[in-house]
Design a protein around this ligand. Structure first.
Ligand SMILES: NC(=O)CC[C@H](N)C(=O)O
Length: 364
């Protein structure tokens, strides 16, 4: 069956349908990840977006039981060049198309994803529609132009109630803005006693849980659409609770400390983004998925120091608080998918919690 992608600039791509027989509207973004499509599509930070894979062949190892980053994928649609219809892997339980159909996500394949990516890179944020007919192209373009981009999606993906992953180690409260399960796995692997709480939990409730540290998770949308997080974070800083912020959590920590966030032209999405640690001079390849960034110039009047920066475009990739036990990074140390170069961020967080608990001093 034929399917179309119509962009708000009027461009029409004709390809083949796979996944669900449905239509989708959303921001069209691209990821350069060569593998890990199951993790990408189930990452809650992709909520409402139509994901284009620049790697030409996707789906060849199917879908398995392990690689979920959330149970219900939040992406609006998937675009590929070649869809491997006969997956082969010993853990595969389903093909990508079948799985997307079951999750009600439409897909389009057989288009020139290089041409599409060039358009996305040139125009930045581009809205698009996956549909089964291009007869109403003009109407669809009008609909896309007037459609406001939804940026307040955290309430849709955050847990509604708190839950615990009990263990014998440090008590870590995870504030769930759309947490990837990879982060919970990394904490559990380090024996952390994890309590996951909804996005709008306030500092007093978190303090009652007697945390050794708090992880501010990743999540979809614009960090400025989560204003209730800022007073909570300031409350935790006032009580010297060790904090690690990842991705949206990093942007929220920065906003809470007085920095600014801005939207990037076309975002960073992929598993091969080099990041420089400015403290050690070392470069790590990182997994990324973000459309917003902390404005480097705005750090000047805050208590935050720039600790990491993106090698490709020089944007902010990490900050450290000068006076409080808090640091954050824009990329994904849990990888899922991607290289494990930055896995030690979780060890640093653990070290910070332990040191702080023992000596009540700031992590050096
Ligand atoms: N992965 C994330 O947490 C993304 C953060 C934010 N939604 C952004 O796009 O920049």
């Amino acid at each position: 069956m034929v399917r179309y992608l119509i962009l708000e600039d009027g461009t029409v791509f004709e390809g083949m349908a796979f996944g669900a027989d449905a239509e989708a509207l959303g921001e069209v973004v691209f990821t350069t990840s060569m593998t890990g499509y199951q993790e990408v599509v189930t990452d809650p930070s992709y909520y409402g977006q139509i994901i284009t894979f620049t790697y030409p062949l996707i789906g060849n190892y199917g879908i398995n039981r392990q690689d979920y980053e959330s149970i219900n994928p939040a992406a609006a649609g998937v675009i590929l060049n070649e869809n491997a219809s006969f997956p082969s892997h010993y853990e595969s339980i389903q093909g990508l198309s079948e799985w997307l159909a079951a999750k009600k996500i439409p897909g389009l394949y057989g288009i020139d994803t290089r041409k599409l990516t060039r358009i996305l890179r040139k125009h930045g944020t581009v809205k698009g529609k996956l549909c089964n007919s291009a007869d109403n192209r003009e109407l669809t373009v009008k609909e896309l132009i007037s459609m406001p981009l939804k940026t307040n999606q955290v309430p849709s993906v955050s847990t509604k109630t708190s839950y615990q992953l009990p263990n014998r180690g440090e008590r870590v409260v995870v504030v769930d803005y759309g947490v990837k399960s990879g982060m919970l796995r990394e904490l559990s692997m380090r024996h952390c006693d994890v309590v996951v709480v909804p996005y709008n939990t306030q500092a007093a409730e978190i303090l009652q849980l007697k945390p050794d540290g708090v992880l501010l998770s990743n999540g979809p949308g614009d960090p400025k659409d989560v204003p209730m997080a800022l007073s909570m974070i300031r409350g935790l800083l006032d009580h010297n609770i060790p904090i690690l912020g990842i991705c949206l959590g990093h942007q929220l920590l920065s906003l809470a400390c007085g920095a600014e966030t801005v939207k990037l032209k076309f975002g960073h999405r992929g598993s091969n983004h080099p990041v420089k640690n400015l403290m050690t001079g070392k470069i790590a390849l990182t997994s990324q998925n973000h459309g917003y960034t902390v404005d480097a110039a705005s750090l000047e009047n805050t208590d935050l120091i720039l600790s990491h920066s993106a090698v490709n475009d020089g944007t902010v990739e990490g900050v450290v608080h000068k006076k409080k036990p808090a640091f954050s990074i824009q990329y994904h140390p849990e990888a899922s998918p991607g290289p494990h170069d930055s896995n030690s961020i979780f060890d640093e967080f653990l070290h910070m919690m332990k040191t702080y608990k023992k000596e009540g001093i700031l992590h050096a």
